[in-house]
Write a protein that binds this ligand. Structure first.
Ligand SMILES: O=C[C@H](O)COP(=O)(O)O
Length: 318
């Protein structure tokens, strides 16, 4: 008991000792990218697995209740019924893992899902997404408001200023406060890795986020210049693995930002299987954050089933 109760605390000594070997990370990432993706006969099943791990996202200034409504309908029925029937998956309740929207759109998403009789979770970005450059008080309030509107998952952004200054204790304190504001909601912590400078910083920020009680660590907001890359993912999943080995806590991983093709989604599943094992290959521990990935996955599934490529109008998107 003592061992586990000590594990979600800040361990500055561990953080101070972190050194990441850039060469090894790049080699490992290259190896993963060169991996054979699953055999053709299994590909449709893997693509369907990827669908169930998607946080179907819209994070735009021009989001409205109606495009959020369409997004929700697509999340509930992400792959055409006919295609699922041909795979004998039509009554297996295939949906995406969640929908992900800005705080102001949470109520719309909750209403659309409720009207459709769906219990799909609504995730909301919060804490001054994407930059996180608003006062702590308003960042905390934003979390509380999204939860009050019905979000059951909150994607917070870390304070990059603190991370770049090596103020790990202050960063830990902020994330702990977000954790408390989330209440029972699942908390995913976005590191915005493209702004953290070094692999060592990415590893340290991953540890601090996990020590502060994050359920997931997430690469990016999708708004930075560099988002989910394989080398950065290797650093983060190694931190997840080390944290699990040391504390017994399984923390999830969410690559996000710029993931657009079915092929990439298969590579992400391969990376998780190789680095963290099959336990992590479920929506509880793995998500793909993406606004424009589902269309290509559905097209590839169509191709596997029919042998033809669908025209885009044949597979309407959210
Ligand atoms: O959290 C999810 C990201 O915003 C999605 O980024 P994306 O629009 O590049 O897919």
């Amino acid at each position: 008991f003592f061992y586990f109760s000590m594990s979600r605390v800040l361990d500055l000594e561990w953080i101070s000792k972190v050194r990441v070997n850039t060469h090894s990370v790049l080699m490992r990432a290259q190896h993963i990218q060169g991996q054979k993706i699953p055999n053709k006969q299994w590909q449709a099943a893997w693509l369907l697995k990827a669908v169930t791990c998607i946080d179907l996202t819209t994070l735009n200034g021009d989001d409205t209740p109606s495009n959020v409504h369409r997004l929700c309908l697509k999340a509930i029925q992400p792959v055409q019924h006919d295609l699922l029937r041909k795979m004998n998956m039509h009554n297996k309740g295939v949906t995406t893992a969640a929908v992900c929207v800005y705080p102001s759109r949470v109520a719309d998403a909750v209403m659309s899902l409720k009207a459709a009789n769906s219990s799909l979770p609504v995730a909301s970005v919060a804490t001054g997404f994407p930059a996180g450059q608003t006062p702590l008080e308003t960042r905390l309030k934003e979390v509380c408001m999204a939860v009050a509107d019905g979000a059951t998952e909150i994607d917070i952004v870390i304070n990059r200023t603190l991370a770049l200054q090596g103020q790990w204790e202050a960063m830990y304190d902020e994330i702990c406060q977000f954790r408390r504001a989330c209440g029972d909601a699942f908390m995913k912590t976005i590191l915005a890795v493209g702004e953290l400078g070094t692999f060592t910083n990415v590893y340290k920020a991953s540890l601090v986020a996990m020590m502060a009680g994050s359920d997931f660590i997430k690469t990016s907001t999708g708004k930075e210049a560099v988002n989910a890359t394989y080398p950065i993912a290797i650093v983060m999943v190694r931190a997840i693995r080390d944290y699990y080995l040391r504390t017994g806590f399984k923390v999830g991983f969410k690559p996000a930002g710029g993931i657009r093709t079915a092929q990439e989604s298969l590579l992400w599943l391969t990376l998780i299987k190789e680095e963290l094992g099959n336990d992590w290959l479920c929506p509880h521990l793995f998500r793909l954050g993406a606004s424009s990935l589902l269309a290509d996955i559905e097209r590839q599934i169509y191709h596997h089933i029919t042998g033809k490529y669908a025209a885009y109008h044949e597979l309407p998107m959210a």
